[in-house]
Design a protein around this ligand. Structure first.
Ligand code: GLC
Ligand code: MG
Length: 540
């Protein structure tokens, strides 16, 4: 989508977004949990790092059974995280610093404590209250079997049985669908009341100044109308690998998928597009859609739908030049079909941090920096997850502290290891995340003294300094265009040309000669005109 004439490109087309995981960014009030005033106090930090926008994970009232992705009121702030006045102050300060703010929208399900679900529980089958969710009678004698064979992404059956309002005592009534935790009942998006409620929620945050939305489980809102069985499902199989919740959504999607990516979901996004377009300032939305292919991802970013979708193929690719090349080629081809811009992401709060995925230790970190430099040189927009600028690795959170429902429901390690609070300064937990002496909601490692923001800012060779340099250098190449050429002569070396910029990444085990040109930046030390293994560089 190149801008024509003098029309400036919308800000989001080449923005670098920084994902703030609110519980773990900065705790202002000493309860061990990050909060909105904590974020506000650190906005100058994000400015100096050099990102353009923040995406803030859910901070709405919630019983916190899934770290806030279980919302009980979409139009307020959980007192643990602050108040609406704090949200307004955050938006005002961010805008004053030139930062955009994207908030998280969770439309697939509410919390079971949402007033709608509470009303549904005491209502009868066929009532207006039940019609906002997916209540169905069970199968078999007395309706004792779930309505279909679907499984929760978090493990176990996707249905829970309840008591029917006026008739019952004990759970002898209907069942409701929950593709995630039992405390996250799925809404029925075929009910116009649901759509109307969310349009109001969009306007509520747009009116307060939000620049956009990250749409949670964007591929899940509509289910195949019949709610038929999923074919090919192996009973008892847990689709959630121990380390990657997100990947499990992809694996499920590779099967028959009556619960994901239904054509009707796109009508929702066409309606939202009109709402966003009715506001000034290029408001936008980015889809979290775990779809099967780049082409199905691209359907979410057609010109009259959402503006971006996370490119999970990039995050799921192994450390391999040919895998990276394949994802770059397929992504660009897919978004070009619909005239959208690509996005790139390596980490978020649902997956193992990328230095750990790439092998951990010094090698994992070198690879992570190299992959980051490739990503930041590509056209489009990039998403950075808090802590990756510090080179943080996945933490092995002791079982007694784990909180992720994935762990609670399946016993798999879950996602807490990517969610540990950020170390800001000092030599001991909580490293300035909370006031000294506070017990943080997840324990912080004892050996993070050299990982803190304060320690790394002083060190020009640190991962923090590398991110700052890369983000700064990236601005010089925003005009390098959207045409990308993969120059593939060596199978273990990724070489990309984008206008005057050449990006090269050595995924092999031996040093290789750098392509001709002047080095702008590298992800690690170079040796003369050689690019060491696990290293990438930009050249002009
Ligand atoms: C999304 C979120 C994840 C959450 C799930 C259910 O995948 O990123 O953290 O558990 O949706 O809302
Ligand atoms: Mg706090």
């Amino acid at each position: 989508m190149s801008a024509s004439g003098n029309v400036p490109r919308p800000w989001w087309q080449d923005a670098v977004f920084y994902q703030v995981y609110v519980r773990s960014f900065a705790d202002s009030d000493g309860d061990g949990l990050g909060d909105l005033p904590g974020i506000t106090s650190r906005l100058p930090y994000l400015r100096s790092l050099g990102v353009d926008a923040l995406w803030i994970t859910p901070f709405y009232p919630s019983p916190q059974h899934d770290a806030g992705y279980d919302v009980s009121d979409y139009r307020d702030v959980d007192p643990r995280f602050g108040s609406l006045a704090d949200a307004d102050a955050l938006l005002a300060k961010a805008h004053a610093l030139g930062l955009k703010v994207v908030v998280d929208l969770v439309p697939n399900h509410t919390s079971s404590e949402h007033p709608w679900f509470q009303a549904a529980l005491t209502a009868d089958p066929g009532s207006r209250e039940r019609a906002r969710y997916l209540f169905r009678p069970g199968k078999g004698r007395g309706g004792a079997q779930p309505p279909n064979n679907w499984e929760s992404v978090f493990g176990g059956p996707a249905w829970e049985r309840v008591t029917d309002g006026s008739t019952g005592s004990g759970p002898g009534g209907e069942w409701y669908l929950h593709l995630f935790d039992t405390t996250q009942p799925d809404l029925d998006w075929r009910n116009p009341e649901v759509a109307a409620m969310f349009e109001d929620v969009l306007c509520f945050w747009l009116d307060r100044g939000a620049d956009g939305f990250r749409v949670d489980v964007a591929h899940g809102l509509l289910k195949e109308k019949s709610l038929r069985d999923q074919r090919g499902l192996v009973p008892g199989r847990t689709d959630l690998p121990s380390d990657r919740a997100g990947a499990s959504m992809v694996e499920v999607a590779e099967l028959d998928q009556p619960m994901w990516d239904q054509p009707e979901v796109h009508d929702v996004y066409r309606a939202w597009h009109r709402v966003l377009a009715s506001y000034d300032g290029d408001r936008m939305a980015v889809a979290e859609a775990w779809t099967q292919t780049p082409e199905s991802m691209a359907r979410y970013v057609r010109p009259d739908e959402l503006h971006q979708a996370f490119n999970f193929a990039w995050l799921l690719a192994p450390w391999s030049a040919s895998a990276f090349a394949g994802v770059i080629r397929d992504t660009l081809a897919a978004v070009e079909l619909v005239g959208a811009v690509p996005t790139w992401v390596l980490s978020n709060h649902d997956v193992v941090r990328h230095p750990t995925r790439y092998g951990g230790g010094p090698v994992g970190l070198a690879r992570a920096r190299a992959a980051t430099l490739v990503m930041l040189g590509l056209p489009g927009s990039a998403y950075v997850y808090q802590g990756e600028e510090l080179g943080l690795e996945e933490v092995d959170v002791p079982p007694e502290f784990r909180q992720d429902p994935v762990y609670v429901r399946t016993g798999n390690v879950g996602r807490d290891g990517a969610r540990v609070p950020i170390p800001w300064r000092g030599t001991r937990p909580p490293y300035g995340f909370s006031p000294a002496g506070t017990r943080t909601w997840l324990p912080m490692p004892d050996d993070w003294a050299d990982r803190t923001v304060a320690a790394q800012r002083k060190d020009p060779g640190s991962t923090w300094s590398f991110y700052q340099q890369a983000l700064r250098a990236r601005r010089r190449f925003l005009d390098a265009g959207e045409d990308v050429e993969l120059v593939g002569t060596r199978s273990t070396v990724l070489e990309v040309r984008r206008g005057r910029l050449t990006i090269v990444c050595n995924c092999g085990s031996r040093p290789v000669r750098l392509p001709p040109g002047e080095v702008v930046l590298s992800s690690g030390p170079l040796s003369g005109d050689l690019l060491p293994p696990d290293t990438s560089a930009w050249l002009v």
